[in-house]
Design a protein around this ligand. Sequence first.
Ligand SMILES: NC(=O)c1ccc[n+]([C@@H]2O[C@H](COP(=O)([O-])OP(=O)(O)OC[C@H]3O[C@@H](n4cnc5c(N)ncnc54)[C@H](OP(=O)(O)O)[C@@H]3O)[C@@H](O)[C@H]2O)c1
Length: 257
Amino acid sequence: MALVTGASGGIGEELARRAARDGYDLVLVARSRDRLEHLASVCEADGVTSEVLVADLETGAGVEAVEERIVCRSGERPIDVLVNNAGYGSLGSFAELPLAAELGQISLNVVALVRLSHAGLPGMVERRRGGLLNVGSLASFQPGPGMATYAATKAFVLSFTESIREEVRGTGVRVTCLCPGFTRTGFQARAGVRGTGLSGPTWQDAAGVAAAGWEGFSRDRDVVVPGILNRAAAAGVRLAPRALVRRLSAEVVRGLR
Ligand SMILES: NC(=O)c1ccc[n+]([C@@H]2O[C@H](COP(=O)([O-])OP(=O)(O)OC[C@H]3O[C@@H](n4cnc5c(N)ncnc54)[C@H](OP(=O)(O)O)[C@@H]3O)[C@@H](O)[C@H]2O)c1
């Protein structure tokens, strides 16, 4: 079975569809019951079963409900693949943004991801199969002035995921970090994005991003950056002076306002 967080839309919904196409039965997690139930019925038509698990992963109770499903009581089928995809960002200067949403991003993008990974990984290692697909971002590779907290949470996701991958090497468990660039989803509305940022070719659609991520995970890739321009950007960041990277990054984010 595959459990996908943030499956009610965007990249998570497309990742769930990919998993279903590969024959995985699903546990679909998010806050929007209607959207999850609709996706469940679509995936069931593909011949897989789907459980809907409504949970707010910014809350301790929401994470606990999903942890319980992952840890798996007797009679429940184990989760082979955990996709930690749910996440959001907020656009603006840190000093001016409401603190609640900044802390909310840390709760969802970091704390929930760590807790669910911790719930799932021991069983995978014991069974010597399955894996984690964690969703980072192109923002994982550099600081993000104008989205400071978001970029920091995604830097955490990349570092954490790469470390876990090394720790489980040789156990048969796969661990991959999917790092999308600009992708047209509900993310922009929630983050308060109004501008278009970079030019058209830098934008991708959720289905393409999910296809690259799922394929990379299936092939046991460490880090997947969909799109050649995004891969060039991620590589350039490693070579360029940090001060220059910060300034360019601030320019790009300014274009989204
Ligand atoms: N779009 C981009 O440009 C982009 C670029 C790089 C990385 N990413 C990353 O890709 C991932 C998916 O984002 P997306 O672009 O597909 O955005 P999206 O369309 O807004 O989807 C976000 C998903 O997360 C769920 N979610 C949000 N808050 C939640 C909460 N408190 N508890 C449980 N689920 C919650 C949403 O469902 P409900 O609202 O129903 O709860 C939705 O299913 C995120 O981690 C994001 O950071 C996106």
